[in-house]
Ligand binder design. Structure first.
Ligand code: MN
Length: 285
């Protein structure tokens, strides 16, 4: 099942190039009072929600996908966990290019671990990346994003994949420079999730998916998730050994080689087999 959020916080079921407006299915979600849960309520109740979507989809209004302004498919991610230098060729690229490393020591992911991106940086594919520091190099990074479906605390490798609800495409937009990653990658609009959320059962084995990114039609990144240094299951083991992962937490699994600059006016096309494709515009502040 592919679920999108669009327009004025509407919920859509995506089939081909159509969207069925199944916003009414949100009525099955529990109501909450302050203090609100730290997880995403939709993802935490996905089986119940998906069942309701199935019941009402047949009579739901049908829209054309390209007419829908897509929002982030995960509205309330509690945290966005990200994996640095998790493709070997990207590690080599980052170490060899002064514009990428800025005299920072680029250590292997096994040493540097994971970092967090501010959830306030998250947008959907129908929104725009707003370049905040036009005087500095700002790069695209395509990544497979795994969405946690159930609470994961110190999980084993065997249990890890059972904790994934589904996937999206992720763009980890990055200002290059000497500061901490969490600062340079947490700028408003610098985490794009989309175009929709696809349930894990529809993707199957996520460890051999092709990723491809172009800017204005120019090829930049092309790789396969089989080349991840730390695979998806082990990223969940690693992350959950430090902190509890909650439903709706997003894990950006890392970007392959070919990162490059973007500027206002550019259009990024990002696609991952089985997951989907999205076109995202870049503009100035
Ligand atoms: Mn990244």
């Amino acid at each position: 099942m592919k679920l999108c959020r669009f327009g004025d916080n509407r919920l859509g079921l995506v089939t081909g190039d159509q969207v069925r407006d199944v916003t009414a299915a949100l009525d099955v979600l529990p109501t909450a009072r302050y203090p609100y849960p730290q997880h995403d309520v939709l993802i935490a109740n996905l089986p119940k929600l998906a069942a309701r979507v199935g019941e009402i989809a047949g009579s739901a209004p049908v829209l054309t996908l390209k007419d829908c302004k897509l929002l982030t498919p995960v509205a309330n991610a509690g945290k966005v966990v990200a994996a640095p230098v998790n493709y070997k060729k990207h590690l080599e690229e980052a170490r060899s290019d002064p514009e990428l490393h800025h005299q920072n020591q680029i250590a292997e992911i096994q040493r540097v671990g994971l970092f967090l991106k501010a959830t306030s940086s998250v947008i959907g594919a129908g929104e725009e990346i707003v370049i905040r520091h036009p005087d500095r190099r700002t790069d695209h990074e395509i990544e497979l994003a795994a969405v946690i479906g159930k609470t994961a605390d110190k999980v084993t490798r065997e249990q890890a994949l059972d904790h994934i609800a589904g996937y999206c495409l992720g763009l980890d937009i990055t200002v290059r420079g000497p500061e901490e990653r969490s600062l340079r990658k947490s700028i408003d609009t610098y985490t794009v999730l989309g175009p929709w959320f696809i349930t894990a059962d529809e993707v199957g084995n996520a460890s051999e998916l092709d990723l491809e990114l172009t800017v204005n039609g120019e090829p930049r990144q092309k790789a396969n998730t089989r080349d991840l240094v730390i695979g998806i299951a082990d990223l969940i083991v690693f992350a959950s050994s430090f902190y509890t992962l909650h439903p709706g937490d997003v894990i950006l699994t890392g970007t392959p080689e070919g990162v490059g600059p973007i500027k206002p006016g550019d259009t990024i096309d990002a696609r991952i087999t089985k997951v989907g494709a999205m076109q995202v515009k870049v503009r100035g502040a």
